[in-house]
Design a protein around this ligand. Structure first.
Ligand code: NI
Length: 171
């Protein structure tokens, strides 16, 4: 297993709508293992495949960051089939390191997805899990959390990133 480079804001692959996974083969299993390693190394609670340069509909989430067994979830071709409520909390992204901002998300979402063994499953996520599910699915659609911001909050982050890029401290 290996830790992959995480693409940052400004990399075109983060803006590509990811295509469905059509085969759960050996190379996909390796990508899943590498993504989990990469998420833990970062450390982060979720990672989408396009964040490591692969525009496929695959994401991993582990709210315990590898600390509690059974909490690592692999979602292949995930889709939100139900959502309830609304909650506004701070959110960040491994592709936009060191920035957090308040984003409104559903309080609960139900995902339909395929697991790494090829079984179709459904799972409800609440609170932080719902937020992570929505955030990672956004990635698969080429959307980043800053796209949910407006006005001053958005400008502030984008200006700081532009400054860091200019001084060679972003990529
Ligand atoms: Ni992210």
């Amino acid at each position: 297993m290996s830790v992959l480079a995480i693409r940052k804001y400004g990399d075109d692959v983060l803006r590509l709508p990811a295509t469905p996974v059509d085969a759960i083969d050996e190379s996909l299993q390796k990508l899943i293992d590498d993504m989990i390693d990469t998420m833990y190394a970062a450390p982060g609670v979720g990672l989408a495949a396009n964040q490591v340069g692969v525009a496929k509909r695959l994401m991993v989430i582990d709210l315990s960051v590898g600390k509690r067994p059974g909490e690592c979830h692999v979602f292949i071709n995930p889709e939100i089939i139900e959502s309830e409520g609304e909650i506004t909390e701070e959110e960040g992204c491994l592709s936009i390191p060191d920035f957090v901002e308040i984003v409104t998300r559903p309080e609960r979402v139900k995902l339909r997805y395929t697991d790494r063994n090829g079984t179709t499953r459904e799972m409800w996520g609440d609170g932080l899990m719902a937020r992570a599910m929505c955030h990672e699915i956004d990635h698969l659609n080429g959307t980043l959390f800053v796209d949910h911001l407006r006005g001053f909050k958005k400008d502030r982050i984008l200006k700081k990133i532009a400054k860091l890029s200019k001084s060679g401290m972003w990529f």
